[in-house]
Ligand binder design. Structure first.
Ligand code: ATP
Length: 140
């Protein structure tokens, strides 16, 4: 990569530790208000993140895909820090586990609907979004 003005550093941290650290010319994340693309020298930004993927452009033109399960992003001085509730690099995702989590969440949603339990429903919906996000990122 070229000089510091033409790259940005991406750091993804969770309560379990650092999940990703790298440099890129383009980072794309999904905020709660829509997709956000960040290139070097972008204006400072802070935004909350949806349960979705983060895409980091590599030198070879391909992208590193990371499942980011909510949290926020802060960008300034060409450093993007994502603080996520949980996050997994594409190659670290256990699809069988995520499929199991998806089935459990769907079952919890069904039961919560029956019981008209809106709190349980919301929690199960978030768990379902995490599972689907992991499955989508793993299968890209
Ligand atoms: P599960 O019910 O399978 O535990 P979950 O959505 O409740 O899924 P989280 O509480 O979000 O799991 O995550 C707990 C930890 O396990 C985090 O470190 C997260 O990165 C990791 N993790 C969860 N699911 C997977 C997966 N399918 N593949 C790899 N790591 C996972």
């Amino acid at each position: 990569m070229a000089d510091n003005q033409s790259v940005l550093t991406v750091s993804i941290v969770t309560p379990d530790g650092k999940v990703y650290d790298g440099q890129t010319s383009l980072l794309v994340v999904k905020t709660t208000t829509g997709e956000l693309g960040i290139m070097p020298n972008h204006v400072p930004v802070i935004a909350s993140l949806a349960v979705d993927e983060a895409r980091v452009l590599r030198d070879d033109g391909n992208k590193n895909e990371i499942a980011v399960n909510g949290g926020f992003i802060e960008f300034s001085d060409n450093v993007a820090t994502i603080v996520a509730d949980s996050a997994e690099k594409q190659g670290d995702i256990d699809v069988t586990r995520a499929e199991g989590a998806r089935k459990r969440a769907e079952e919890r949603i069904r039961k919560a609907k029956e019981a008209q339990d809106s709190d349980s429903m919301r929690r199960a919906e978030v768990a379902l979004r995490r599972a689907i996000n992991r499955i989508n990122v793993a299968n890209k």
